[in-house]
Design a protein around this ligand. Structure first.
Ligand code: G1P
Ligand code: ZN
Length: 543
């Protein structure tokens, strides 16, 4: 087998965002496009001799081809060993788990997360470092710089290898170990949670619906929930992973997980509903007739984590992304543990987790996780909830209501305006930014602004500064309004408006969320002229 050196030229715009490089499949299929980026990963990370890398993806369209290309390039770049999930499959948290378990140098994960899949949709690739988490900016910047001057890449001239059988094969001078994608992950979950108690919960008749959305958690949830924990067959719905996710967006929100929401709000609703996304790192939780806002879920997990064996000694601290509601802050204050506010994106939690400053973290966008891996983890959150439910023997609605009575309720919602004209969206943000210095002290709809800024974060571990992370407007009542442009979309711009209002009085805790937030919604449009500038009468997605 010979190594070929192929001449190439740079593609502009191969800048990895918060979740790696995410583009349309047809872009990735252009000659040399994927290869360029992969070569720059190897060169940007450096020292591949002796290295073990982990490789796998969420199984979306182009996963199979990309895995073969990456293996041949790894062999040509001197990688010693590649550990690949069977059939090229690994959920994002399982990849993080494997990198840590094997003490690998890093890993390459193929996914566009919750974005749709198929020939006309999205694909993505990202590099995770030796801590199992998304590569820090130093590495992604180095990779990007190389993509702008690449002139050749190396690839082994070889036939595809069969990834369907677990075992070891060689490719050129490189060893390829094909592993069960679930095994190590399941082991880790068994260490953290009381499988016996959860098993008993199911035995006593507890009913769960887990919607795998035809994505990567299908095999993980079927194995763990149905086979190991004894949940009845059919607990996992849409369990078979499909390259196009059955034509749906594998995004667990009220729009795309409609089927699950309908089940949970029906007369025959089971005790708990849950769903994960394309690559298995997100989660949503529903009770009978109740959706648990992810920000609330994070707060409940923080308040109850000690009920699970892996967290019985309590938490070192918690962290949330800036747009996530302040519900978890109230738990941290009560317990007397630190609470950090980070920019959007899981990578900002990495340093805090590595330094042992926090053990639990989460984002409003359906992401929760802990120091067990360095990615958010959908199925982990479901198991954590199950462990808490098994201990408390109360319904999800009872747990939520008790939580609000203790801490008050942070009503919360996110309004997304998708595929907005990029110039209009940037102008909206720029004009808002220009207004910020004048807002403090002004009153809108009875709400007085106490501060207004563009969020900037100084990492408490390495001192690095990340600025322009979203516009925050804080009100005297505890309400808050945040505007941000998405960093993960592939079409135009997505404007996200995050709305929050604190309510201490239990008499008002049963209000419908959008009703409770009405004044903040009105202010959001007044200040940014969203309707006028985007031409939209309402958000595309309300979550
Ligand atoms: C979105 C979420 C963010 C999450 C990211 C990756 O990013 O809002 O919380 O970390 O996906 O899953 P955004 O599109 O807002 O930049
Ligand atoms: Zn994801």
């Amino acid at each position: 087998m010979t190594i070929r050196e192929i001449a190439t030229t740079p593609f502009p715009g191969q800048k990895p965002g918060t979740s790696g490089l995410r583009k349309k499949v047809r872009q990735f299929k252009e000659p040399h496009y994927l290869e360029n980026f992969v070569q720059c990963i190897f060169d940007g990370v450096g020292d591949m001799e002796g290295a073990t890398l982990v490789l796998g993806g969420d199984g979306r369209y182009y996963n199979r081809e990309a895995v073969q290309i990456i293996l041949k390039m790894a062999a040509a770049n001197g990688v010693t060993k590649m550990v690949v999930g069977q059939n090229g499959i690994l959920s994002t948290p399982a990849a993080s788990c494997l990198i840590r378990k094997l003490e690998a140098k890093g890993g390459i994960i193929l996914s566009a997360s919750h974005n749709p899949g198929g020939p006309n949709y999205d694909f993505g690739i990202k590099y995770n470092a030796d801590n199992g988490g998304p590569a820090p900016e130093t590495i992604t910047d180095a990779i990007y710089a190389l993509t702008q001057k690449i002139s050749q890449y190396r690839i082994l001239d070889a036939t595809d290898i069969d990834l369907s059988e677990i075992g070891e094969v060689s490719l050129g001078g490189m060893r390829v170990e094909i592993v069960d994608p679930v095994r190590e992950y399941r082991r880790l979950m068994k260490e953290l949670f009381d499988f016996k108690k959860i098993k008993k919960l199911f035995k006593d008749g507890f009913r769960l619906r887990f919607d795998a959305m035809h994505a990567v958690t299908g095999p993980y949830s079927t194995d763990i929930l149905e086979r190991k924990l004894g949940a009845p067959k059919g607990t996992v719905i849409n369990a078979e992973p499909l390259e196009d996710f059955g034509g749906h967006h594998p995004d667990p929100n009220p729009v795309h997980a409609r089927e699950l929401f309908d089940i949970m709000f029906s007369d025959d609703a089971p005790d708990m509903g849950a769903a994960s996304d394309g690559d298995g790192d997100r989660n949503i939780i529903l009770g009978r007739g109740m959706y648990v806002a992810p920000s609330d879920s994070l707060a409940v997990l923080a308040a109850n984590a000690h009920l699970a064996p892996g967290y019985k000694d309590g938490l070192a601290g918690v962290a949330r992304s800036m747009p996530t509601s302040g519900a978890v802050d109230r738990v941290a204050a009560e317990v007397g543990m630190p609470c950090f506010e980070t920019p959007t994106g899981w990578k900002y939690f990495g340093n805090l987790l590595d330094a042992g400053k926090v053990s639990l973290c989460g984002e409003e966008s359906a992401g929760t996780g802990s120091d067990h891996v360095r990615e958010k983890d959908g199925l982990w959150a479901v198991l954590m909830w199950l462990n808490i439910l098994a201990e408390r023997q109360e319904s999800i609605a009872e747990i939520m209501r008790a939580h609000w009575r203790t801490y008050g309720r942070n009503f919360y919602s996110r309004h997304d305006y998708e595929a907005v004209d990029s110039d209009a969206a940037n102008k909206l943000m720029d004009d808002l930014r220009a207004k910020l210095p004048t807002l403090t002290g002004q009153t809108f709809e009875g709400e007085t602004v106490t501060s207004a800024d563009d969020f900037s974060y100084t990492d408490p571990v390495d001192g690095s500064v990340t600025s322009k992370q979203g516009i925050r407007i804080q009100f005297e009542s505890g309400a808050r309004l945040v505007y941000r442009l998405s960093g993960t979309g592939t079409e135009g711009a997505t404007l996200r408006v995050y709305l929050e209002r604190y309510e201490a009085n239990p008499a008002n805790h049963e209000l419908e969320t959008q009703v409770a937030l009405q004044s903040i919604i009105t202010i959001a449009d007044q200040l940014a002229e969203i309707g006028k500038r985007t031409g939209r009468v309402e958000p595309d997605v309300i979550s």
